[in-house]
Write a protein that binds this ligand. Structure first.
Ligand code: ATP
Length: 412
């Protein structure tokens, strides 16, 4: 029977081999399995093979997971690194770094860092205080969001009564930007930056815009008080980024309004806020020092409070050219009034009389007088301003100024 089934079934297999693999006990060495059993075993074999593959996959996943947690563990065991700013760099892989508490150290810089610059933020080993890494340049701050970047169209002829100042700015900023070779030949260094000082509304911003327009430069405007108020802890970084933006967009006129908010000498350095302002100021000085005087970035700073400025900012090589922009005198007021009334519809008006009636007014106030006079004409339903409109306007602007002054007295 066994033999006949062997003959009948050409695909029969030796059962002892299968029994062995299945762990079955066989009474006879010559037992054979049917085709049905074979298919069952084959199915079982496939299942086992699949299970094996799954377990292998699982094993490699677990291995990867193990490696990841192991590496993470190793990282966590490492002591944290300190963050510091680079103050100066020396040959032979050394740098002076400054920690956030103000302490400075002369440290060794890892050989892997080869593009270190003053003002960079670096990672420092706690024990050795050696520099082992650099924090990415753009600390996530989109600097263009916080400064005004424009190509102004202000022309020199729109500025009245400041001929001497205009001439000086043309010589020290415009000419070196347009014809640097002239200065190279003569061997003179024009200033890197100028400081315009004087009362509010006297045309400081206008002058900076006009020089940018004349040199076809990008005009970047930043306000000192905003830098210190909005970017607590980030002011110095922002200064660095503003200067790199200025370099990237060169030729550039970088206008720093209210520079006294950054460069005030009277900060007692008691609070962390004051220390922060000081850090921002130090960064500004470092940036100025790193500039070439014949480069295509010029800095124009402006202040109404020259009296409180830290003398460090006026040292040679920084803002060593200071230009005073005072309130306009009678002749200057005439020129400013002429500029601002040029395009107005007007019946007979006396610019000379208006100039003498506006003693003590700034350029911005004279402009306000012209605008207000226009409104008085509109109220009269006229398209021409007359002397009465101007008289009312002068009164209005003067009383606005007085009430502003009173507020200053009350609120300091
Ligand atoms: P602040 O110190 O308050 O920033 P500022 O000195 O920068 O003031 P500007 O912003 O340049 O003054 O002037 C404000 C406006 O006043 C100008 O846009 C312009 O219309 C007018 N103005 C000021 N000075 C003059 C001037 N000398 N000639 C013509 N217009 C002037």
């Amino acid at each position: 029977m066994a033999n006949s089934s062997k003959n009948d079934n050409t695909q029969a297999v030796r059962a002892d081999v299968l029994d062995e693999s299945l762990g079955a006990t066989s009474e006879s060495d010559e037992t054979f399995v049917s085709e049905g059993d074979y298919a069952k075993l084959e199915q079982e074999n496939d299942n086992l093979h699949m299970t094996l593959r799954k377990m292998e996959e699982e094993s490699s996943l677990l291995k990867a997971l193990f490696n990841k947690t192991h590496t993470e563990l190793q990282h966590l065991k490492k002591p944290s690194l300190l963050v510091a700013d680079v103050v100066s760099i020396f040959e032979g892989g050394h740098a002076v770094i400054k920690l956030s508490n103000g302490n400075r150290f002369y440290s060794t810089v890892s050989m892997n860092i080869n593009d270190l610059e003053i003002g960079d933020t670096v990672l420092v080993e706690q024990k050795t205080l050696n520099v082992v890494g650099k924090v990415a340049q753009n600390g996530g701050v989109d600097v263009e969001k916080y400064v005004i970047v424009e190509k102004p169209s202000t022309q020199w002829k729109e500025i009245g009564g400041l001929d001497d100042v205009v001439q000086e700015i043309k010589e020290v900023i415009e000419l070196p930007m347009l014809k640097p070779e002239l200065f190279v030949k003569l061997g003179i260094n024009p200033p890197k930056g100028i400081l315009l000082h004087g009362p509010p509304g006297t045309g400081k911003t206008m002058l900076a815009k006009a020089v940018a327009a004349a040199t076809n430069a990008t005009f970047i405007e930043v306000t000192g008080s905003e830098l210190v108020q909005k970017f607590i802890g980030e002011g110095s970084k922002l200064v660095k980024e503003i200067f790199s933006l200025a370099r990237a967009r060169a030729p550039t006129i970088l206008f720093i309004d209210e520079v006294d908010a950054l460069a005030s000498a009277r900060l007692p350095m008691g609070t962390s806020g004051e220390r922060e302002v000081n850090r921002t100021f130090m960064q500004l000085l470092a940036e100025l020092d790193g500039f070439k005087s014949l480069g295509d970035v010029k800095i124009i700073a402006a202040t109404n409070r020259k009296d409180i400025l830290d003398p460090a900012i006026m040292r040679p090589g920084r803002f060593d050219r200071m230009i005073e922009i005072g309130l306009p005198n009678d002749e200057a007021r005439r020129e400013i009034l002429k500029i601002h009334t040029k395009r107005m519809g007007k019946s007979k008006i006396s610019i000379a009389k208006l100039a003498s009636d506006t003693e003590g007014f700034s350029g911005a106030e004279l402009k306000a007088v012209c605008t207000e006079a226009g409104y008085f004409a509109i109220r009269r339903d006229s398209d021409k301003v007359n002397m009465h409109d101007f008289e009312h306007a002068i009164e209005k602007v003067a009383s606005r100024e007085e009430s502003d002054d009173e507020e200053h007295v009350i609120f300091g």
